[in-house]
Ligand binder design. Structure first.
Ligand SMILES: Nc1ncnc2c1ncn2[C@@H]1O[C@H](COP(=O)(O)OP(=O)(O)OP(=O)(O)O)[C@@H](O)[C@H]1O
Length: 440
């Protein structure tokens, strides 16, 4: 009953936005040549022509439109409205109502990215790409993220399947919509599929001052920078990170990344480019650059002007302390495995948001977290490691009118206390499960 009432609230929001012409409504029957082009964790994506024009659109449908889904659609539309002007961010044109028995079966009408995801684009085109092309892709991606950060939005789920390509141009997509919805069966396995892109800081926990409780790290804008570093490497290699054919990512990779493992520099990569991405994927968030520095550095490479990247440490393999991987570090490994074992899908409610806003009023505060999903903490005994995954049902209260800040300059990122953790729904995942690297 409650769920229906809430759903109606979001439906009303959409209908009012359409009435007031803030949101364009497309009649579903005016689309033709509709073809399914992909399936995500929450629905299908179709390519379609509109009326008799040659223009192609992407239509995103949803398997079920419940309260959570509706909220997320509204939230996604609101975020999108803030960044709609940017060439490297996928555009949302409006909304449609798909033909179905469910009378509120809304679908999103989006810009169609004819070259698919960055991952598939690299797979198909890598041999043709020059270094200038690669720099441009990296630059466009950093411009898109710079636009988000400038609007106080953190993506927190950047990986090569969330980045689309249209006419060889980067189009950043998916502001956490699918992960927030999250109740689908392949949701958790998807999280494993993106391990290499996730800020390793979030794999750890820390004790508070009096050593009484543990806190978990909340992904923030420096986490986006980490993902950007990995993506830049991917652009230089044409391969997903840590890709081994027929092998899956697993919790062992989490341990190794936490200990400093990074991808190997692709031979002949220009040194300045290596400097940028290795700074971005520094294990310590404070050492990572801002997205604005990244944009400047890439711009300097592209325009062949001088680029000064300060305090650079020459990266990956050298930085990786091999002894720490090979010696008896079982305590740390055990903890990380435990941490990766129990996942909290945390969604911040309005109370937490407003109290934090009081403390974070500087200009550098960010207003919206796009995706809260990697703000998890784990901590069950190894014996539970074989438990079968339970479906995640995030019971969140997200008010799209709220925007929330992320990080105070004084703090090293945001950490959640045990009390805050307790307020969040917990689900157990199977650490023995490993997820195939998504391949398109
Ligand atoms: N605007 C678009 N233009 C072209 N193809 C798209 C577009 N949006 C999505 N796709 C394709 O449809 C597939 C499914 O997209 P969708 O966003 O539903 O899920 P996903 O991002 O792959 O996974 P998840 O649901 O877990 O986020 C994508 O992998 C991509 O190939």
């Amino acid at each position: 009953m409650q769920d229906t009432e809430n759903t109606n609230e979001w439906v009303n929001w959409i209908e009012e936005a359409v009435d007031k012409e803030h949101l364009k409504f497309y009649k579903y029957e005016e689309f033709n040549k509709i073809q399914c082009i992909g399936t995500g964790s929450f629905g299908n994506v179709y390519r379609a022509n509109w009326k008799n024009s040659e223009k192609l659109f992407a239509l995103k449908s949803f398997f079920s439109l419940n309260n959570i889904t509706m909220k997320e659609i509204v939230r996604e539309l609101k975020i999108q409205r803030q960044v709609d002007f940017h060439d490297n961010i996928i555009r949302y044109y409006g909304i449609t109502k798909l033909e179905s028995e469910n009378h509120n079966n809304y679908g999103l009408v989006m810009e169609y990215a004819d070259d698919g995801t960055l991952r598939s684009y690299l797979k198909e085109n890598f041999n043709k790409l020059t270094w200038d092309d690669k720099y441009n892709m990296a630059y466009q991606l950093s411009c898109a993220v710079s636009c988000l950060h400038n609007e106080r939005i953190v993506h927190r789920d950047l990986h090569s399947c969330n980045i689309l390509v249209r006419n060889n141009t980067i189009k950043l997509a998916d502001f956490g919509l699918s992960q927030r919805i999250g109740a689908s069966s392949n949701f958790q396995s998807k999280l494993f599929g993106v391990i290499p892109y996730v800020d390793p800081k979030s794999f750890s926990r820390r004790k508070n001052n009096n050593n009484q409780s543990t806190q978990m790290y909340l992904l923030n804008e420096k986490s986006d920078i980490y993902s950007i570093g990995v993506l830049f490497w991917e652009i230089s290699s044409g391969q997903p990170p840590f890709y081994v054919e027929d092998e899956h990512y697993d919790v062992g990779l989490v341990v190794e990344i936490s200990q400093g493992l990074r991808e190997i520099v692709v031979p002949d990569t220009p040194e300045e480019y290596v400097k940028i991405y290795t700074k971005c994927w520094d294990g310590e968030p404070d050492n990572r650059p801002t997205i604005y520095q990244v944009v400047d550095w890439l711009n300097a490479i592209i325009t062949k002007s001088d680029v000064i990247i300060e305090n650079h440490q020459m990266s990956n393999e050298q930085e990786l302390n091999e002894t720490s991987l090979s010696t008896n570090n079982s305590e740390l490994q055990g903890q990380l495995i435990q941490n990766f074992d129990k996942m909290i899908i945390k969604e911040i409610g309005p109370m937490a948001i407003s109290s934090k806003q009081e403390n974070h009023s500087t200009e550098k505060d960010f207003n919206i977290m796009v995706d809260d999903n990697w703000s998890y903490v784990m901590g069950i005994t190894p014996s539970t490691a074989t438990q079968v995954a339970s479906p995640i049902s995030p019971v969140s209260v997200i008010n799209p009118n709220y925007s929330y800040p992320i990080q105070d300059e004084e703090e090293e990122g945001e950490w959640l206390t045990e009390d805050e953790q307790e307020e969040t729904p917990v689900s157990v995942i199977n650490t023995n499960y490993s997820h195939p690297i998504q391949d398109e």
